[in-house]
Design a protein around this ligand. Structure first.
Ligand SMILES: Nc1ncnc2c1ncn2[C@@H]1O[C@H](COP(=O)(O)OP(=O)(O)OP(=O)(O)O)[C@@H](O)[C@H]1O
Length: 606
């Protein structure tokens, strides 16, 4: 491992940056300091309080400050400072109970509803709306009548009443995150849903939930004090609400008694609200922060001296043609027959976007699936992977992977397939890496979960893989954050990730579209090298005839959800049978000069 490579410091982690930003803002610093002081004082009550909260001496009733009793005595001759400190324990403890219940009920249900969608989401929403429509005060009064006046029980009920706030917040964010490509990538790499939620999704809801916690804590403290002030709730010991109630009854005699519990409540609630605002600002600043400049890499600095091929150059020459692979005979690796994919419409009808596709990928061959945008290439690939978007489903046909039918396979079966036999290289490398984790961590985790490797073994293997995909400084790339690497490097990382589970079939969906032309050539070279070394089958989804010419043994041309022509690459490129294939080839030839002569799977040197 290189010792010279800089290690991203803890201070540069998103969490470290948020905390520093929070403490740099005057509001954040002030509110944090006030809260820390209040909590510390309350926790240290046994050391700071001159006596216990309930020790009373009627001779001291309404006595002013004296000696060790800085805030004087109340109407029952109890020390006000002691009651304030011990009362804080009960008041803050009650708020914690309400918060705990709300978090336990709201966050996991919001996660599941947002991530899974469907009937779970419907049910969760219905329940949240129902609870939110209940008048909180009436429910609390009814609970008091049924369950008794204990304030702890009322705090549990309060937690139940505010849980929908957390549910809605989390559900909304998760529904957004679920559509992120890195979440798809994590699914494709075989991670369980629970693991994806814990690792990739929870991290996105963390910030907003913390803000909501601060707000709800303020509300819980206020409500609890309100209940006790009205004499509705009662706890075994003193609380700030209790103190307010007692002070209010003696307002004429000693108005100062209102001051201390009122001040404690006001300060705590205000500090919580200000902390929430400061946290929100800190998180928004972080989101606005521009990504760190990417270091020059071999990929991005490949302007000179690179062996490259112009990927958009199609080679159509007079080389001899092969015959098409017999479609009747099904391949042992991937065999698709009569595949139909449909999406449910709002009127209940199903709209087919793939209409009876036949496709084979044999061991050790690269098959190009080519066609214009919207022709159904991705839907076909996603059907094999079992990751069709919500609303989409296979409506007919058969997909055999290593002889095993995958149509109708449950999520678990698909996950096992994706974590073993089939791997996927997506289109947009940067969006498929989770910005919250280092590159290395994103390589190591699937290997640990799927192959059961120890962290040390998985780390070693990840470094080997980074070397195999020709990343110049593997240890450095391993430690880098996604924003610190170039698009070409990110694609190499994703290829390494796909290879890490030793697949037999690799599905690459436009793997070079997001890259510049020279980096495209390098990534294509890499794919070819890995495919030849490992003798895996590759289904290459592309709209680029140049890529097909450079890389593929066979090609299937897709249009409007159907395969219109299939055969060996040379044959299809030399003597296209279908007018649509000719149009695709003409379009390429219109745009760039043709490379000649056609050389099967050879790279043109720029
Ligand atoms: N979530 C969806 N809901 C409804 N229709 C969809 C959905 N996703 C894709 N489609 C439709 O399926 C058809 C095929 O889309 P697909 O993504 O497979 O095209 P493609 O050939 O891969 O195109 P591209 O190269 O642009 O990705 C398109 O008509 C598209 O509108």
């Amino acid at each position: 491992m290189s010792d010279t490579a800089p290690r991203p410091s803890a201070a540069r982690t998103p969490r470290g940056r948020t905390l520093r930003r929070l403490l740099r803002s005057p509001l954040g610093l002030l509110s944090t300091a006030v809260l820390v002081l209040i909590v510390a004082a309350v926790l240290l009550a046994p050391l700071l309080a001159p006596q216990s909260a309930d020790a009373s001496n009627l001779r001291d009733a309404f006595a002013g400050p004296s000696g060790g009793h800085l805030l004087g005595f109340d109407s029952a001759g109890r020390d006000v400072l002691s009651r304030l400190l011990y009362g804080g324990q009960n008041t803050l403890g009650g708020a914690l109970i309400a918060l705990g219940v709300a978090l336990v009920l709201g966050v996991p249900t919001g996660l599941v509803a947002g991530y899974r969608g469907g009937w779970l989401d419907g049910l969760g929403n219905w329940a949240a709306n129902l609870v939110m429509s209940l008048p909180a005060m009436v429910v609390l009064l009814a609970s008091r009548a049924v369950l008794g006046p204990t304030v702890w029980v009322l705090m549990v009920v309060l937690g139940f009443l505010v849980a929908p706030n957390f549910f809605r917040l989390v559900r909304g964010i998760v529904a957004q995150v679920r559509g992120e490509l890195y979440v798809d990538a994590a699914r494709v790499s075989g991670l369980r849903d629970s693991r994806i939620m814990a690792r990739h999704v929870l991290i996105r809801v963390r910030g907003p939930v913390i803000i909501q916690v601060a707000l709800v804590a303020g509300i819980a403290i206020g409500l609890q004090a309100g209940l006790e002030f009205l004499g509705i709730g009662s706890s075994d010991g003193a609380t700030w609400g209790d103190m307010l109630n007692e002070a209010f009854q003696n307002l004429q005699r000693d108005p100062e008694l209102m001051l201390w519990p009122g001040l404690a409540l006001a300060l705590t609630s205000a500090a919580l609200v200000l902390l929430a605002a400061a946290l929100r600002d800190a998180l928004e600043d972080r989101a606005r922060e521009p990504a760190a400049p990417r270091p020059a890499t071999r990929d991005s600095a490949a302007d000179t001296g690179t062996t490259a091929v112009t990927a958009t150059t199609a080679a159509v020459t007079d080389a001899p043609s092969d015959t098409a692979a017999p479609q009747a005979e099904r391949s042992g690796l991937l065999s698709v027959r009569g595949l139909r994919v449909g999406y449910a419409q709002s009127d209940g009808r199903v709209h087919d976007v793939v209409h009876g596709v036949d496709l084979d990928v044999h061991e050790g061959e690269i098959v190009g699936l080519v066609g214009e945008s919207g022709s159904g290439k991705t839907q076909t690939a996603f059907s094999v992977l079992g990751i069709l978007p919500e609303g989409g489903r296979v409506t007919g046909g058969s997909v055999l992977v290593q002889g095993k039918e995958v149509v109708g396979l449950g999520e678990r079966g698909h996950r096992m397939l994706r974590g073993g036999v089939v791997a996927y290289v997506p289109q947009e490398p940067m969006s498929n890496l989770d910005p919250n984790f280092t590159v290395g961590s994103q390589l190591v985790e699937p290997m640990r979960c799927t192959l059961g490797l120890s962290r040390r073994e998985a780390t070693q293997r990840a470094l080997d893989l980074l070397r195999q995909v020709e990343i110049p400084d593997p240890p450095r790339a391993f430690r880098a954050w996604p924003h610190e690497i170039s698009g070409g490097m990110a694609q190499r990382v994703l290829i390494a990730g796909a290879m890490s589970l030793e697949p037999q079939l690799l599905i690459a969906d436009e793997p070079t579209t997001a890259l510049d032309v020279r980096v495209q050539a390098e990534v294509l070279d890499l794919l070819r090298k890995l495919q030849e070394e490992r003798r895996i089958g590759v289904l290459l989804v592309t709209h680029n005839m140049g890529v097909v010419a450079d890389l593929c043994d066979r090609v299937a041309v897709m249009r409007e959800g159907s395969i219109v022509e299939t055969g060996r690459t040379e044959q299809v490129l030399h003597r296209p049978q279908h007018p649509y294939t000719r149009t695709l080839l003409d379009a390429v030839l219109d745009q760039v000069p043709a490379r000649s002569p056609w050389q099967s799977r050879k790279v043109d040197v720029a």
